[in-house]
Design a protein around this ligand. Structure first.
Ligand code: ATP
Ligand code: MG
Length: 284
């Protein structure tokens, strides 16, 4: 189903965080949003799942006007677009399995959730999600004891438990080392390709957006200043997105590159361990 932002604007006082953004995304696309700090990337993402309200404009998914949903309709929407954050947002003192099952929160009664009563089916589904991410061996560990890369994979497993139609990720790899960044991005790509779930992810590294996203949206000062394929993202387009610094010096791609350049030895090890279903041994 087509997802659409129509003329979406968000103001904070007299500052415009997102300025009249129009975007149409067909089901199943993998989209990267890039731009400088403060460009409005997080605000845009948060409006999509209604964590933040637009000041004006409307949001549509198929024939549903998302921006006017209330009550149960709004909760269903928030279940349909799962969100992943830079800081994982797990409950550190609960075990991994429970954290993943919490993805079902919006599917079930509040009382059962509060009592932490889960069905066998829910447990099996949570274990399957953990297996898919290659971290089933951590199921009984407290989430707070896992490495960052493992925690982000738990967060993705939790998102999968929501059976979402869209997956929103706000800088999902910004706190991770290169190897874990690659594992997490590979997992997002795998979900996008195998389930056909639309993935929209904010990234602050251009090279990651180029290698993982079929479509890149560049924001500057709240506006969309680029919307196209990685091939179309020329040096001039990069310049427009990232601008030049106060001294007038240009931006070159290395300045916005971190990372997913894994040293050869590490990358070899990771390749041997195969796809995302068998990454357990490669994890940090
Ligand atoms: N809750 C808020 N109250 C006031 N201003 C806000 C709020 N949230 C965001 N802003 C402002 O809106 C603008 C866009 O912020 P946003 O967090 O969306 O940028 P971003 O592109 O995600 O940046 P970063 O790369 O640093 O995460 C910034 O000027 C920011 O200060
Ligand atoms: Mg942000």
């Amino acid at each position: 189903m087509k997802f659409e932002l129509r003329n979406i604007t968000r103001r904070f006082g007299d500052r415009i965080a997102v300025n009249a953004v129009n975007v149409e995304i067909p089901q199943g696309q993998m989209v990267g949003i890039i731009g400088r700090s403060g460009a409005g990337k997080s605000t845009l993402l948060r409006m999509i799942n209604r964590l933040q309200e637009p000041s004006s404009g409307s949001i549509h998914f198929g024939s549903v006007e998302v921006s006017s949903l209330k009550g149960a309709g709004l909760r269903n929407w928030q279940r349909d677009c799962a969100m992943i954050f830079q800081q994982f947002n797990l409950v550190p003192r609960l075990d991994v399995l429970t954290n993943v099952m919490l993805g079902r929160l919006n599917h079930r009664s509040t009382v059962l959730s509060l009592l932490n009563i889960f069905s066998d089916d829910e447990r099996l589904a949570a274990i399957a999600a953990l297996e898919r991410l290659g971290i089933e061996q951590t199921a009984m560990q407290r989430a707070g004891t896992l490495s960052g890369g493992q925690q982000q994979r738990v967060a993705i497993a939790r998102a999968l438990m929501q059976a979402p139609k869209m997956l929103l990720a706000d800088e999902p790899i910004a706190s991770l080392d290169p190897l874990n960044a690659k594992i997490v991005m590979d997992a997002l790509r795998d979900i996008n390709e195998r389930e056909g779930i639309t993935v929209i992810t904010n990234l602050h590294t251009l090279d990651t957006a180029r290698s993982y996203c079929e479509r890149i949206i560049g924001m500057a000062h709240g506006s969309v200043v680029f919307d196209g394929t990685p091939a179309e993202l020329t040096a001039a387009a990069v310049q427009e997105i990232y601008g030049s610094d106060k001294d007038g010096a240009g931006i070159d791609e290395t300045m916005t590159s971190t990372s997913i350049n894994i040293p050869a030895a590490q990358a070899g090890r990771e390749q041997q361990s195969g796809g995302i279903g068998s990454l357990a041994s490669a994890s940090a």
